[in-house]
Write a protein that binds this ligand. Sequence first.
Ligand SMILES: NC(=O)c1ccc[n+]([C@@H]2O[C@H](COP(=O)([O-])OP(=O)(O)OC[C@H]3O[C@@H](n4cnc5c(N)ncnc54)[C@H](OP(=O)(O)O)[C@@H]3O)[C@@H](O)[C@H]2O)c1
Length: 226
Amino acid sequence: MTTVLVTGANRGIGLEFVKQYAADGAEVIACCREPDAAKELKAVKGNVRVVALDVTAPASVEALQRTLDGVAIDIVINNAGVGGPRERTTGIIPFEAWLKVFAVNSVAPVLVASALRDNLLKGTQKKLVTITSQLGSVANHGGGAYPYHASKAAVNSFMRGLSKEWARDGIAVGIFHPGWVKTDMGGQSAPVTPEQSVRGLRARIAELSLANTGSFWDFQGKEIAW
Ligand SMILES: NC(=O)c1ccc[n+]([C@@H]2O[C@H](COP(=O)([O-])OP(=O)(O)OC[C@H]3O[C@@H](n4cnc5c(N)ncnc54)[C@H](OP(=O)(O)O)[C@@H]3O)[C@@H](O)[C@H]2O)c1
């Protein structure tokens, strides 16, 4: 049986990952900040274990590592993310706001991946996936939303580096853009539903291997310029 761990699993794209993998018979470890408040997540049918995780709190990541000690995980999905300030003028964005976006979007995925590396090594599939954004493409930067763009560019760089290093241990790394998706973050005008996005992302995860590790793809398999 496939075991999948998802961060930010209580709403949006993360919740949809849980629904689709659970419906397919996978064992899902669904991580969220406040399990007690995660009503929709707890109502998902199937083999779903809800675990508390604030990805930016080192004590929380360490507690997750202890809870999952010895558990084999096939696929780890770094999904949790924040949009952050959208201002077009960088000078008016407070220091703390920059740090928060980088903490969640850039640093936490690396810390979560490192904490769960032994679990992935025990798994059969050995796949680490980070949900990034096409807005992390430096080549295509159009200005604005500087903290978000830069935080996703940073996580792309971290994950590309990990893909080289971890290939030696057989772990493949996917760096995937989910499309512009109708969620709290994407807003109601977004053209892609969570259902469509996650269906595409799951197909990309199925294709992910050591032959294409470190690829920056969108949910439909189109390669994105770095
Ligand atoms: N929607 C889009 O159009 C779009 C486009 C490109 C990329 N993405 C990326 O896709 C991923 C999912 O986005 P979404 O649209 O589903 O966003 P969303 O609906 O706003 O959900 C964000 C999720 O991240 C969690 N989260 C935030 N900070 C966290 C923390 N410190 N610890 C643990 N969980 C935390 C949230 O939990 P709480 O409920 O506790 O806040 C929530 O579950 C993100 O990485 C995002 O950058 C989305």
